[in-house]
Design a protein around this ligand. Structure first.
Ligand code: NDP
Length: 450
């Protein structure tokens, strides 16, 4: 398939150093080969050349003043990748590791994820290399206000609707929204993840984690198995990880781990969810403090991690939920997980497994749910927030949760049916990429060469 190869070569040359973007593009394009063989008209419309190129990339300077009165500078980004299916939709990430390549990889993944939800949303992503850690509330507010002072020109409820991601939770969304309203004078659904008493959707905060568990349930049930009674490994200790753990308890599983950028916690009796929420959502402190109340738990600092991977994946369990960040699960980790008998991986984070780790999971034929399918519950519920905002309604939790469950079941079915259609049953990576791509590509063809 020369044009897949040629497009990847061109990307490698035109986007040097954007390794995560290249990794994501390579995975998608390689999976599409059987589709292109069957449907050569995608080539005639130059769809792959167009789909790997963002419609628009905005980069801007963000100046803000710290508490000592010093002017600080960060980079701001918004990538509006593809609007074939609807307004751009995707989160904002505030983390020192953010680069244009990271935002581009996340925006690219978002296109196919959003398509899989079946809802009218295009793909986008944004963020900054700003580090919220160690900053006062006033500094966070000034940063968010400055960020929005530039971003507000490019977003709107029918053009581009950002949400949260790493480092952007309810507090940051509040400050961003307040500044948007002040600049435009409009009270409208321009951001999702808002507070419940000012336009947010019940269930949005929980949706990504809950959805990742629903996706695991779908995968296991299709194999005649169940999540009930399973010991689960979770990485991360943020929004996605916390609500994955909450839902795991609700469905009768036992989550025994979580982790943050400083270390990994293992509580063989099951993670104390109330304490975890207090440490991470209220006190914003290290997981090590957990040991003060639970002496049976153990804590491994990052310095003691294995050189070829992450301590969390060296612990024994049945099902794994990577919920922290990209490339946090290496090939060596995959080997250990498989050796320990893990039968199911459901990715709450975006691209948490390296390409070599994914190959291991696929070769072992375990139930493997890639992030763009398994964590799509968050963006799906963001779209439900947009629907509630535009109709000036607030739905009850039962309605939101029932819709989320139904959407996750549909995503699973699309991925599984498409994998079957292309002769690779159980390969949900192939299924997710082809099913998501087809929807976007068909819409792009209908809308002409724009
Ligand atoms: P949060 O900021 O709430 O939490 C992130 C967690 O991961 C924190 O515990 C953080 O540790 C840890 N972490 C972040 N970066 C690193 C790193 N480089 N090394 C080790 N640990 C790290 O983010 P979310 O929970 O919202 O997001 C987690 C993942 O889920 C991301 O991949 C995100 O893109 C994805 N996602 C999020 C959605 C959402 O709705 N929020 C939707 C779909 C996907 P520490 O506390 O020490 O910083």
């Amino acid at each position: 398939m020369p044009y897949v190869h040629n497009t990847l070569e061109r990307l490698r040359k035109s986007s040097p150093a954007q390794t995560e973007f290249y990794q994501a593009a390579e995975e998608v394009l390689e999976c599409l080969r059987p589709l292109f063989e069957r449907s050569p008209y995608y080539h005639d419309h130059s769809i792959i050349e167009r789909i790997v190129e963002p419609e628009r990339q905005i980069m801007f300077r963000v100046c803000w003043t710290d508490d000592a009165g010093r002017v600080r500078v960060n980079k701001g980004y918004r990538v509006q990748f593809n609007s074939a299916l609807g307004p751009y939709k995707g989160g904002l990430r505030f983390h020192p590791s953010v680069t244009s390549g990271i935002i581009k990889f996340l925006g690219f993944e978002q296109i196919f994820k959003n398509a899989l939800t079946g809802l009218p949303i295009g793909g986008g992503k944004g963020g900054s290399d700003f580090d919220p850690k160690g900053k006062s509330d006033a500094e966070i507010m000034r940063f968010c206000q400055s960020f929005m002072t530039e971003l507000y020109r490019y977003i709107g409820p029918t053009t581009d609707v950002p949400a949260g991601d790493i480092g952007v939770g309810a507090r940051e969304i509040g400050y961003l929204y307040g500044q948007y309203k002040r600049l435009t004078g409009r009270y409208e659904g321009v951001l999702t993840g808002k507070g419940l008493n000012w336009g947010g959707s019940i269930g949005r905060k929980e949706a990504t984690g809950y959805g990742a568990v629903y996706f695991a349930q779908n995968m296991l049930e299709a194999r005649g198995d169940s999540i009930k009674g399973k010991t689960c490994l979770v990485s991360g200790a943020g929004n996605v990880a916390i609500y994955t753990i909450e839902k795991l308890y609700e469905v009768g599983a036992k989550p025994v781990t979580c982790s943050d950028s400083r270390g990994t916690l293992h509580d063989p009796r099951g993670v104390d969810l109330a304490l975890l929420k207090e440490l991470k959502e209220v006190k914003r402190t290290s997981l090590e403090a957990y040991l003060e109340q639970h002496t049976e738990a153990s804590y491994t600092p990052v310095d003691d991690y294995p050189t070829d991977g992450h301590a969390v994946w060296r612990i024994e369990g049945d099902v794994a939920f990577p919920c922290a960040t990209q490339n946090e699960l290496t090939e060596a980790d995959a080997e250990t997980l498989l050796g320990n008998g893990v039968t199911c991986i459901s990715e709450g984070a975006n691209m948490p497994s390296t390409a070599a780790a994914v190959d291991r999971f696929l070769a072992a034929r375990i139930a493997y749910g890639p992030g763009k399918a398994a964590n799509a519950g968050g963006v799906a519920t963001s779209q439900l927030e947009m629907a509630q905002n535009s109709s000036m309604q607030q739905w009850p939790l039962q309605k939101v949760d029932a819709r989320l469950k139904e959407i996750m079941a549909n995503i699973y079915k699309q991925c599984a049916d498409t994998a079957e259609e292309f002769g690779e049953p159980n390969n949900l990576v192939l299924g997710a990429n082809i099913a998501g791509f087809r929807k976007v590509a068909d819409a792009m063809i209908d809308q002409g060469a724009v």
